[in-house]
Design a protein around this ligand. Structure first.
Ligand code: IPM
Ligand code: MN
Length: 358
């Protein structure tokens, strides 16, 4: 036994529908890399309910807390409270979603070569604070809309949602984006994107803070685009971008769009980072339409695992795993159906393992 080895614990939530079909082989693959990792399996959702009567029991929460990180398979419905805990409970404020073209991947673009940018999505605020209600309930506030020019409750029967942008929340995610840019090769550029023309008070604040923080990083180029303009630029000139930071909902939408640029959601990795915790999850959903078929693309989960290994300071293992995945695409013989191949999920993982000689 290597005495210097620092052992790490990873909590695994396998998720619903097709998610376990990618989480399980990913765990198996990493386990075979022999990094001395201990795996724990907090029960959540239906399985937890059947056993404990609760969909997110305290014991599962404790396992997440005790672990160094969590590998999270997409969940639907009943496992939602574990996701809420991993985001809002653990304050994982920066959702990092890389968009990287792997040669051999089929992209809808004619020239996807060289696409390598990262969306840093604010993960806790904006329209995701979860305050919605009836317009009529706003009557005591007598809020007059800048565009509608009358009190909002006089608009008619309807509902509202609150968009909250705080200084602290914006500062920390924007700073995170600049720090991330510093660690990346090549051009070092941070782009912020928001709808500051129509939302000068909230998104204008996000922009104001981005501009302030940019002055702390003279080594990094900073630019900004209104989010609709950015959406177009991301498609027309994706190679221009390096790190892009934005409020929550734009990041949710644009990161799926970015995944489409390089192939599909099946390739989109994701990690959510806080001050003292991070968890990793593929950006795709549970893919119920292909559940049980063994053909779900494991790339998004494997690439999320690369981010996780890096977070755990297994830098070399992360690099080797990423190179192995890239080489499976470069060879192009054992790809899953979404990438035009006939390989199963397990075939793809086996091809990756062969390249790692494990
Ligand atoms: C994502 C997902 C989630 C989100 C859902 C499942 C709540 O779409 O991780 O992007 O909107 O953040
Ligand atoms: Mn999403």
């Amino acid at each position: 036994m290597n005495q210097t080895r620092v052992s790490k614990t990873i909590a695994v939530i396998e998720g619903d529908d097709a998610a376990p079909e990618v989480i399980q082989p990913t765990v198996e693959l990493i386990d075979r890399m022999d990094l001395g990792i201990t795996w724990t399996y907090p029960l959540v959702g239906e399985a937890a309910k059947a056993e404990t009567g609760k969909s997110f029991p305290d014991v599962s929460r404790a396992l997440i807390d005790q672990a160094d990180t969590t590998l999270f398979g997409s969940t639907s419905g009943s496992s939602g409270s574990s996701l809420l805990y991993l985001r809002w409970g653990k304050k994982t404020f920066a959702n990092v979603r890389p968009c990287l073209h792997l040669p051999g991947c089929s992209s809808p673009l004619a020239n996807p070569e060289g696409i390598d940018f990262v969306i840093v999505r604010e993960n806790l605020e904006d329209l995701y604070v979860g305050v919605e209600g009836q317009l009529a309930d706003l009557a005591p506030l007598n809020l007059v809309g800048r565009t509608i020019r009358k009190p909002i409750h006089e608009l008619g029967v309807g509902r509202f949602a609150i968009k909250a942008i705080t200084r602290e929340g914006s500062e920390r995610v924007i700073r995170f984006a600049f720090e991330l840019a510093r660690t990346r090769d090549g051009q070092k550029r941070v782009t912020s994107t928001q709808k500051h023309n129509m939302l000068p008070v909230t998104d204008g604040y996000f922009l104001e803070i981005a501009r302030e923080i940019a002055t702390e990083y003279p080594d990094i180029e900073y630019e900004t685009f209104i989010v609709d303009d950015f959406a177009c630029r991301m498609i027309v000139q994706p190679q221009h971008f390096d790190v892009i930071v934005m409020p929550n909902l734009y990041g949710d939408i644009l990161s799926d769009g970015a995944a489409g640029l390089v192939g599909s959601l099946g390739l989109a990795a994701s990690g959510c980072y806080g001050e003292d915790y991070a968890y990793f999850e593929p950006a795709h959903g549970t893919a119920p339409d292909i559940a049980g078929k063994g053909i779900i693309n494991p790339t998004a989960t494997l690439l999320s695992a690369c981010m996780m290994l890096k977070y755990l300071d297994f830098e070399d293992a992360a690099t080797h795993l990423q190179e192995a995945i890239a080489s499976v695409y470069a060879e192009g013989k054992r790809l899953t159906p979404d990438q035009g191949g006939t390989a199963s999920t397990l075939d793809f993982c086996a091809a990756t393992a062969e390249r790692l000689n494990i």
